[in-house]
Design a binder for this molecule. Structure first.
Ligand code: SF4
Length: 55
Protein backbone atom coordinates (compact mmCIF):
# COMPACT_ATOMS: atom_id res chain seq x y z
CA UNK A 1 0.00 0.00 0.00
CA UNK A 2 2.85 2.43 0.69
CA UNK A 3 3.75 2.38 -3.02
CA UNK A 4 0.18 2.72 -4.31
CA UNK A 5 -0.65 6.20 -5.62
CA UNK A 6 -4.18 5.38 -6.73
CA UNK A 7 -6.75 7.92 -5.48
CA UNK A 8 -9.76 6.00 -6.78
CA UNK A 9 -11.76 4.15 -4.12
CA UNK A 10 -11.27 0.54 -5.17
CA UNK A 11 -11.29 -2.89 -3.55
CA UNK A 12 -8.14 -3.87 -5.50
CA UNK A 13 -5.94 -1.23 -3.84
CA UNK A 14 -2.78 -2.87 -2.54
CA UNK A 15 -3.56 -6.17 -4.30
CA UNK A 16 -1.30 -5.50 -7.26
CA UNK A 17 -1.92 -8.78 -9.12
CA UNK A 18 -5.67 -8.05 -9.17
CA UNK A 19 -5.07 -4.43 -10.12
CA UNK A 20 -2.85 -5.32 -13.09
CA UNK A 21 -5.24 -8.06 -14.24
CA UNK A 22 -8.20 -5.67 -14.16
CA UNK A 23 -6.49 -2.95 -16.20
CA UNK A 24 -4.65 -5.32 -18.53
CA UNK A 25 -7.96 -6.84 -19.62
CA UNK A 26 -9.01 -3.32 -20.65
CA UNK A 27 -5.75 -2.41 -22.43
CA UNK A 28 -4.94 -0.10 -19.54
CA UNK A 29 -2.17 0.41 -17.01
CA UNK A 30 -2.52 0.72 -13.24
CA UNK A 31 -2.36 4.06 -11.44
CA UNK A 32 1.30 3.67 -10.47
CA UNK A 33 2.34 4.23 -14.11
CA UNK A 34 0.96 7.77 -13.95
CA UNK A 35 2.22 10.90 -12.17
CA UNK A 36 -0.11 12.40 -9.58
CA UNK A 37 -1.95 14.89 -11.79
CA UNK A 38 -2.49 12.34 -14.57
CA UNK A 39 -3.55 9.66 -12.10
CA UNK A 40 -6.37 11.87 -10.87
CA UNK A 41 -8.01 11.89 -14.32
CA UNK A 42 -8.70 8.15 -13.89
CA UNK A 43 -7.82 7.71 -17.56
CA UNK A 44 -5.72 4.55 -17.36
CA UNK A 45 -5.53 3.94 -21.11
CA UNK A 46 -2.24 3.05 -22.78
CA UNK A 47 -3.02 5.82 -25.27
CA UNK A 48 -3.09 8.40 -22.47
CA UNK A 49 0.08 6.98 -20.94
CA UNK A 50 1.91 7.36 -24.26
CA UNK A 51 0.51 10.88 -24.69
CA UNK A 52 1.74 12.17 -21.32
CA UNK A 53 5.13 10.58 -21.94
CA UNK A 54 5.32 12.33 -25.30
CA UNK A 55 5.52 9.03 -27.20
S1 SF4 B 1 -5.25 1.35 -10.35
FE1 SF4 B 1 -7.31 0.63 -10.84
S2 SF4 B 1 -7.51 -1.44 -10.05
FE2 SF4 B 1 -5.70 -0.48 -9.15
S3 SF4 B 1 -6.38 0.27 -7.21
FE3 SF4 B 1 -6.57 1.95 -8.67
S4 SF4 B 1 -8.62 1.85 -9.55
FE4 SF4 B 1 -8.20 -0.08 -8.46
Amino acid sequence: MKDCNCSYPCDKKGICCMCIKYHRERDELPACYFPEDAEKTYDRSIRYFLKIRGL
